[in-house]
Design a protein around this ligand. Structure first.
Ligand code: PMP
Length: 341
């Protein structure tokens, strides 16, 4: 039987690449998007959840009925919950009280136990979602704490899957890779593999306005005055993750909420690809980079599209939300326009 799997985990990885045509018209290079929403949990995080849990199994750290703990309200939580169901583990997640109710419902529907913690306390406060997760992991026998920002297996997951897939899919012709950096795992692991194959491949990280990663890459210093809140979820950070291999990254581009939102909507409208907010961020980064470093027609660029737009229907795909942010919304038309002559 072909294309038949023992369970949903068999679908993780081997995601397709799609050529971008309309949104990259002004760029002479060939640009392909690697669409990670084709993973069964609809994001790139399926790869790390499976990889980290199976590594722990191999080390004998997990026996039947074990518990997987992580602090996340995002894609990693969905992926860990999915893997836990199939493997018969309990999944405990701590999230901040800013997490939208629909996300908590989604995590609970996948069998996770969710602890909601105050967002307003510092990270080292015992009530913070970091400390709550650490305490649960420390006090629960037969458990592991995924700790994606400081787990080198996060890099390894992409070194052993995403990187080789990109190399094979482009038949080794890739010249530039762009990805958003949150934990840094996706870009670092892929870059580590690709630079081993061809050190000339340019690796470009995408950071958020409000995050410290770009400046740290350039100066080795953390500039606390750069830290402020922003709307794009999943990229940028106010600390330095060890899953981010700064020495494999050639350049960082910083993007903002407004342009990334337009780009996300533009990709949906012109390429018919519903991606998450960081999908627009990576397109914005490509355009900014291209302005300063023109591409040639021999270049082959890969952008990682990390997750699916269905998670952002009440955010970047909501006209009301766009208006509330003060973003001009050219994306939809009022029905009254049809009656205008
Ligand atoms: N985009 C989204 C939507 C994400 O959830 C993440 C993960 N935080 C990223 C991009 C960045 O991936 P990584 O953590 O591997 O750097």
């Amino acid at each position: 039987m072909t294309n038949v799997f023992d369970n949903i985990l068999g679908l993780i990885g081997n995601t397709p690449m799609v050529k971008l045509n309309e949104v990259t018209k002004d760029i002479p290079a060939k640009v392909y998007a690697k669409i990670e929403s084709f993973n069964p949990g609809h994001s790139t995080k399926d790869r790390i959840a499976l990889h980290i849990i199976e590594a722990a199994e191999r080390k004998g750290l997990l026996t039947p009925g074990a518990t997987i703990v992580e602090t996340t309200s995002g894609n990693t939580g969905f992926s860990i919950a999915m893997v836990s169901i199939i493997k018969g583990y309990k999944c405990i997640l701590s999230v901040s009280d800013k997490t939208k109710p629909e996300k908590i419902a989604y995590l609970k529907a996948l069998g996770a136990t969710v602890y909601v913690c105050p967002a307003s306390v510092p990270a080292d406060d015992p009530r913070s979602y970091y400390e709550v997760a650490k305490k649960i992991a420390a006090e629960t026998p037969n458990s592991i704490y995924i700790n994606q920002y400081f787990n080198e297996l996060n890099i390894d997951a992409h070194y052993s899957s995403t990187g080789p897939e990109i190399w094979e899919q482009t038949e080794g012709k890739i010249t530039h890779l762009f990805a958003c950096t949150g934990t840094g795992g996706t870009l670092s692991g892929s870059a580590k593999f690709l630079k081993e194959k061809n050190p000339d491949i340019k690796i470009i990280g995408v950071d958020a306005d409000g995050s410290i990663l770009k400046t740290y890459h350039e100066t080795g210093e953390i500039d606390p005055s750069e830290i402020h809140s922003y709307q794009i979820e999943g990229l940028g950070k106010n600390l330095i993750p060890s899953a981010l291999l700064f020495d494999r990254i050639d350049h960082f581009v910083r993007v903002n909420d407004e342009m990334s939102a337009y780009c996300t909507r533009e990709i949906a409208l012109k390429e018919a690809i519903m991606g998450g907010y960081t999908t627009g961020a990576v397109l914005q980064a490509l355009r900014q980079y291209a302005n300063a470093n023109p591409f040639s027609e021999n270049d082959l660029v890969v952008l990682i599209f990390p997750d699916h737009g269905s998670r952002y229907i009440t955010k970047v795909y909501s006209d009301k939300w766009m208006e509330e942010q003060g973003f001009i919304n050219n994306c939809v038309h009022n029905y009254e326009e049809v009656f205008k002559t």
